[in-house]
Design a protein around this ligand. Structure first.
Ligand code: GDP
Length: 445
């Protein structure tokens, strides 16, 4: 599909070859797959970078030279000159997090005006959404906690679906502060029924008084902008946050995020139609991690798990929470490939496994009555009855972090990644062996 000409229908005027096909990038596991780095690599060929779902509960880490950037809302394309970045309609945006992130970029000399656009349809995470999120999590009993980041993402998506949400475009309207008062009062009624602390209406209204002036330069009808860019032959990169197993529909419900983190969400979260997407890239970590509560069949509660956490730096970019770590799960990856239709894998963090004498891969789940699952069961009670079926391969016990050509990898490391590819039916397109841009191999791209 490389360089697909844009013949998708009469409104498309551009006829030619794009520098990079329109690309969607999706995490294949429970998030933290290293999407930030792969996005950074692909961004070099893209003109427009669109974030299509999630909020500031996600965090991408990008290393450029000796500087480290952790971005929660703004696409990391902002670090490249001449790229247009869009926060799509599928994102929920906490305005003060956004302003803080903008300030940090300005302090590091990065210009954002005219380079960052926020969809006027994107919903805003307001203080009452955050209060509702935290109060709801607090009132749940131990086994029923979702493990949310408590940032108000869930209630904001809830308000969106319940048709009471506040959109970025609403901030620019004359009745904005009246709506704030109305909504704080409604939230207080719910908080009171939960026995939680109430919000001070005047204080919250005061917080938002200066917001319209600050946010106005960035708000736009981004559907129009994205379509015009596509028609003009610009290459569009759509980046997802979190991962397939946290998707509201396809993840381990209810231990999921509140948005569509899979490839379909790229269309509903940006306004780019499905036929204008040329390829879908799956970011896949060479082992598995998960943050917060919820099922994790290949989790390791031993020295190997601890080693993966230490070598992989498996601590959340947003929350600092330590991640649960385990063996690679081909059942999860196979299922993610089904749901997203990946064209190729961008595999990450192979180097984290360098020391191990033996590596294990979960190839299937076996239920207590012997039934074998090859793809992920939808029912968590079923999953609880399953045990991973492992296959063992010898470790390579050689450092891979300096390797820049696939042919130079230890044969045992190649056998491992090729096994992951054959078990999932998806070829390897990118292989990453370190956090830096240079530690990236491209295979047949
Ligand atoms: P994301 O949310 O999917 O972008 O993932 P995170 O940014 O939370 O986690 C990725 C972390 O792993 C970051 O600190 C990256 O710099 C780092 N990283 C990415 N790729 C590799 C790799 O191939 N090897 C190693 N050792 N670290 C990597």
């Amino acid at each position: 599909m490389n360089g697909r000409a844009a013949f998708a229908g009469p409104p498309v005027l551009f006829v030619g070859v794009k520098a990079m096909p329109n690309t969607v990038l999706v995490g294949a596991q429970w998030g933290d797959e290293g999407k930030g780095k792969i996005i950074d690599v692909l961004t070099q060929q893209a003109d427009v970078i669109v974030r299509y779902q999630g909020g500031s509960n996600a965090g991408h880490t990008v290393i450029v030279g000796d500087k480290k950037y952790v971005l929660h809302l703004i696409p990391s394309g902002i670090l490249h000159e001449d790229k247009l970045c869009v926060i799509g309609n599928g994102v929920v945006l906490e305005p003060f997090d956004l302003l803080r992130e903008l300030n940090e970029l300005h302090e590091k000399g990065i210009e954002t005006k005219g380079r960052l656009l926020i969809s006027d349809r994107a919903h805003l995470v307001m203080r009452w959404h955050r209060a509702l999120d935290q109060a709801d999590e607090a009132r749940r009993s131990a086994g029923k906690k979702i493990g949310t980041t408590g940032r108000g993402i869930g209630p904001t998506y809830g308000a969106k679906v319940g048709r009471t949400g506040m959109r970025a475009g609403d901030v620019l309207k004359a009745d904005f502060l009246d709506r704030v008062v109305e909504q704080v009062e409604a939230a207080n009624a719910t908080l009171a029924s939960w026995g939680a602390e109430l919000l001070d209406v005047a204080e919250i209204t005061g917080l938002y008084r200066e917001l319209p002036d600050k946010i106005a330069p960035y708000v736009a009808d981004t559907v129009k902008v994205i379509h015009e860019a596509d028609r003009a032959g610009k290459s569009i990169l759509l980046e997802g946050a979190q991962g397939t197993m946290l998707d509201i529909d396809f993840g381990t419900y209810p231990f999921v995020t509140s948005s569509s983190s899979t490839a379909g969400g790229a269309c509903t979260g940006s306004g780019l139609p499905p036929r204008r997407i040329d390829r879908v890239v799956g970011v896949l970590k060479c082992y598995t991690t998960r943050v917060g509560a919820g099922p994790f069949p290949t989790e390791l509660d031993d020295d190997v798990g601890e080693m993966l956490r230490r070598r992989g730096g498996e601590y959340g970019a947003t929350t600092g929470r330590s991640r649960r770590c385990g063996w690679f799960d081909a059942v999860v990856a196979r299922y993610a490939a089904q749901v997203n239709g990946f064209d190729f894998w961008a595999m990450t963090k192979l180097d984290v496994l360098d020391e191990l004498p033996v590596v294990r891969i979960c190839v299937a789940y076996e239920r207590d009555d012997g039934f074998r699952y090859e793809t992920f069961p939808s029912d968590l009670d079923e999953l609880a009855r399953c045990k991973p079926v492992y296959e063992e391969m010898p470790g390579w016990q050689t450092s891979t972090s300096e390797v820049t050509r696939y042919e130079d990898l230890p044969l045992k490391a190649r056998a491992y990644v090729e096994r992951l590819s054959s078990l999932t039916g998806v070829r390897i397109g990118i292989l990453s062996v370190g956090p830096a841009r240079e530690s990236t191999m491209r295979l047949g791209l």
